[in-house]
Design a protein around this ligand. Sequence first.
Ligand code: MIC
Ligand code: SF4
Length: 644
Amino acid sequence: MPKNIVEKVLQQHLKEGEYIKGKEIGIRMDQTLTQDATGTMAYLQFEALGMTEVKTDLSVSYVDHNTVQVGFENNDDHLYLKSVAEKFGVVYSRAGNGICHQVHLERFGKPGTTLVGSDSHTPTGGGVGQIAIGAGGLDVAVAMGGGNFYLTCPKVYKVNLTGKLKPWISAKDVILKMLSILSTKGNVGVIIEYGGEGIKTLSVPQRATITNMGAEMGVTTSIFPSDEITKQFLKAQDREGDYIELSADENAEYDKVIDINLSEVEPLAAAPHSPGNVVTIKEIEGMKVDQVCIGSCTNSSYRDMMIVASILKDKTVAENTSLGIAAGSRQVIQMLTKNGAMLDLVNSGARILESACGFCIGNSFSPKSGAVSARTSNRNFEGRSGTKDAQAYLVSPEIAALAAIHGKFISPENAGEKYPEISEPDTFLIDDRMFLNLDKAKKEVDIFRGPNIGNPPSNDKMPEALNGSVMIKVGDKITTDHIMPAGPRLKYRSNIKKYSEFVFENIDKDFWKKCLENKEQGGHNIIVAGDSYGQGSSREHAAMCPMYLGVKAVVVKNLERIHAANLVNFGILPLMFENAEDYDKIEAGDKLEAPTWKEDLKNGKNITLKNTTKGVDILVKYELSDRQKDMVLEGGLLNYTTGK
Ligand code: MIC
Ligand code: SF4
């Protein structure tokens, strides 16, 4: 049987279940990565699971999200992460070393291997031929300890690339084109495999831009073959030994084939407030741009920064526009500094930002009120920039740099500039000194725990009968940023009691209080939502904090993959309306009872929710494996594993 790349890699790593589309499978993860905003909880849970050493080939702990350090909390977290890394045999990437996905691609990503990371953009690794998947911290903790990672055996879509991108058009436009085709919803359980002659024209960093933003389509991951271009990249990173060739067999089968002729791709943007809101630059040409932000794990490679530096050379940032640039890694900064491109950036008036997530997650560089912000990042959810009424447009580095000089969106053909030719370097500058513990040896150290670091919260077993109150009813495309805001609240990631006060902060700031009151009176809290609930990040806090507040079920039209898994991990029932119109039969404040839910779940039957306020019955379904059902019944993965 001819196989596609996804089948080849997943079947080689299969540990549990049968490789049948739609069924749950457990795979071995060769590598894990964590970042500091999700990492503290991941390692705290690793400890709570009673694990004492890492059993993967490689586990890396990055510090890149919470580097603002207003107050002691972030730095305390970093020191906790450093000490657990030394204790358990994890490589530690110090603050300043760069953004996890960019750095991992440069130094560790290996074709044909598997990687799970506690960040939704882990699929960046697909650029180098890795099956790289984002997940909640608890799933990553289990994988670090050698446990299987569970996923739905995927459908595979092939994207057949032909032709060659025209000047001024780059990988970001390709992934925006993909978003215009597949949108941000309805792609759960899919892996995208890129192929076709056109891939030969895309460098590894360009491929990584494309796989990075696959996260925005809600797919499990995306992958490119590993070919001569991959080999060159690895060689230039002094890692030729990590190369293997990886390609699909002739006549391999796919569930869908999408054709994209690269020669026909135009400069695109994602307009506010969704990465799926794709427009052409022509449509927004002339719009005044107040702020430009270049960087993030999507577009911060050496290639991207060189393009920007070349466009900005001998130019000045427009008077009413503010430009911030954050290179993706220390390697990129070192190379730009050495070849003089950094001087071109500084000369132009760009504000050089730390090599970290920074502006992308809204914990710095927020724009003015009502601003138009052109960003090379991957998410433009409302308020994510830190400014509630800002209008964020996601664009390529080329378009961002032109907007910075002209103070408005401008089509390349009207900008009158020559397109810079940037080729991939023969050798990257290799300096691994900001990685600690590269030998992965376990060391005798005391774990540092600052006062902001609490234990992971515990949960009770699920109650026999559900005596629920609808605490909030929200609409479609509710992201994890809506559920659990980041930005200035990020510093409470290790303090669940405090962080829980911000659940749904921007929709109903009293949500947490109402939930705790009802919980204290023995009630069960329920969240009702529309389509595509839990889009976006992998942050398990969007499940962990609701669990802490006594949420026992979410009732939605449908759910996104990582959030659905996180809900189960924290003992929250993910229920879906059997008939989507029943969404209209529930309002906030309604009482929902489910006296026989446990039996129904065990017997695989739909559950009847009795809306006693409205006097109607509502049928809900669920997509849970037997393992997941047991987990929910026990009150989550920690209880399920430790037998508490
Ligand atoms: C994001 O881009 O939203 C984040 C911040 O990187 C998250 C992780 C987190 O919330 O810490 C993600 O994408 O998973
Ligand atoms: Fe960091 Fe933004 Fe990438 Fe998330 S999307 S990892 S916040 S750079």
